[in-house]
Ligand binder design. Structure first.
Ligand code: RFL
Ligand code: PHB
Length: 402
């Protein structure tokens, strides 16, 4: 088998890249380890930045998002008996975010790919990347007991944090930056009306909580929990009671509870792999970087990587400019590090670090620094604007003219 671009992973990064490339006439094949149902069953991101909404429109997969997604013009931060409204639209001169689940984005992209008759190999095992430094790389994988070989010009590693693509870059070439946090997020999805019309990020003495949603009838909530907790040991009742304690009183009084559809714990991590390109291989999305979910940036950073790689490969194939490939890593990493810094900052300000010392400060001192930081940025319009600009997302950087 032969294609122009081999894409490893059919998560949102791989599917969106495939869709955009196909629209430019660039042939691609996706190789995915899991089944389509498994990929759709993962409940993850809920907030899309302006740049990602525009990219989904460009990819021709925005019809359902326009109908079902909800534009949010603000978010709320609650702490110390205060509720601060961050008016995203006013503070940024009109930018907003869209609440539309990653599951729905993935579903739309899967449908578009299957309607266009593009090839995806689900349930592939032993995926391996070969000769990525040469002009003729290839991918081998096993499917239905049969070994297959896919020859290509380029490989896009869209296979998430635990994928094989990043490991293909020799250790002597890559540098990995990492911060693991001493807690996780327990998420619960329920068919209950959301407790508030906007998201509320809550910092409390009992730990962080987030009130989010998927639609007018489906809510998504998160609780900061110790890493030692197991989702199956949290009953729905325990979850709702703890959430009530962490929401502002007035909000808690209107919480509607119900049976959970999904409950899971995600660890929190900041991680970046540099560089994001090696020979003919590009790392995209979670394969190259992870952020803690506090800033709602993970999927959005994946989308900005896709936007950059799409521009690079379009220029390669339509203008014959192979030099522009070397711009990919630097352009992506500038935006990635900004998202990393914002997510780390929001995580530090909003969570309870318990007895763990942070950045050399004992926990009580760190807590004082972070409370002061939160007050400083929320008390003034300038501070709120800084939060708003980063929450809606920075603009995508264009390729430089070669
Ligand atoms: P994914 O989604 O992990 O997809 C990778 C795909 O690659 C496959 N794969 C392989 N395929 C072939 N061979 C191999 N060896 C393979 N190994 C793995 C996997 O099966 C999978 O299908 O990465 P991608 O596409 O880069 O997408 C990234 C996003 O999923 C991620 O950044 C976001 O979900 C992060 N995130 C959020 N991002 C936001 O922008 N806004 C949010 O509100 C937000 N909330 C969240 C989140 C992530 C969360 N969790 C659980 C980590 C909330 C949570 C709770
Ligand atoms: C979500 O709805 O899943 C969500 C929203 C905002 C975040 C993280 C997760 O910051």
């Amino acid at each position: 088998m032969k294609t122009q671009v081999a894409i490893i992973g059919a998560g949102p990064s791989g599917l969106l890249l495939g869709q955009l490339l196909s629209k430019q006439g660039i042939d691609n094949v996706i190789i995915e380890r899991a089944s389509g149902d498994y990929v759709l069953g993962r409940i993850r991101a809920g907030v899309l930045e302006q740049g990602m909404m525009d990219l989904l429109r460009e990819a021709g997969v925005s019809e359902r998002m326009e109908q079902k997604g909800e534009i949010h013009t603000g978010v709320e931060l609650a702490f110390n008996n205060k509720r601060v409204h961050i008016d995203l639209a006013t503070l940024t001169g009109g930018d907003t975010v869209m609440v539309y689940g990653q599951t729905e984005v993935t579903r739309d992209l899967m449908q578009a790919r299957s309607e266009a008759g593009l090839t995806t190999f689900y349930e592939s095992s032993n995926v391996a990347l070969h000769e990525v430094k040469s002009q003729s790389p290839y991918v081998t994988f096993e499917q239905g007991g049969q070994m297959r070989r896919l020859e290509c010009d380029y490989i896009a590693g869209c296979d998430g944090f635990h994928g094989v693509s990043r490991q293909t870059i020799p250790e002597s070439v890559r540098t990995e930056y990492e911060r693991v946090y001493p807690f996780g997020w327990l998420g619960l999805l329920a068919d209950t009306p959301p407790v508030n019309h906007e998201l509320i990020y809550c910092k409390t003495d009992r730990g962080f909580a987030l009130a989010s949603m998927r639609s007018a009838t489906r809510s998504r909530y998160y609780l900061q929990v110790p890493l030692t907790d197991k989702a199956e040991n949290w009953s729905d009742d325990d979850f709702w009671q703890e959430l009530k304690r962490r929401l502002p009183d007035e909000v808690a009084s209107r919480l509607v509870t119900g049976p959970s559809i999904e409950k899971s714990i995600a660890p929190l991590r900041s991680f970046v792999c540099e560089p994001m390109q090696y020979g003919q291989l590009f790392l995209v999305g979670d394969a190259a970087h992870i952020v803690p979910p506090t800033g709602a940036k993970g999927l959005n950073l994946a989308a900005s990587d896709v936007a950059t790689l799409y521009k690079v490969l379009t220029r390669v194939y339509q203008e014959g400019d192979q030099e522009c490939v070397s711009q990919y890593s630097e352009i992506c990493l500038r935006r990635v590090w900004n998202g990393e810094r914002f997510s780390w900052w929001m995580t530090n300000m909003m969570h309870d670090f318990g007895d763990v010392s942070v950045n050399g400060a004992d926990s009580a001192t760190f807590e004082k620094f972070m409370s002061s930081e939160l007050n400083f940025y929320t008390d003034t319009e300038e501070g709120r604007r800084i939060i708003a600009m980063q929450y809606v997302g920075l603009p995508y950087e264009p390729l430089s003219v070669g």
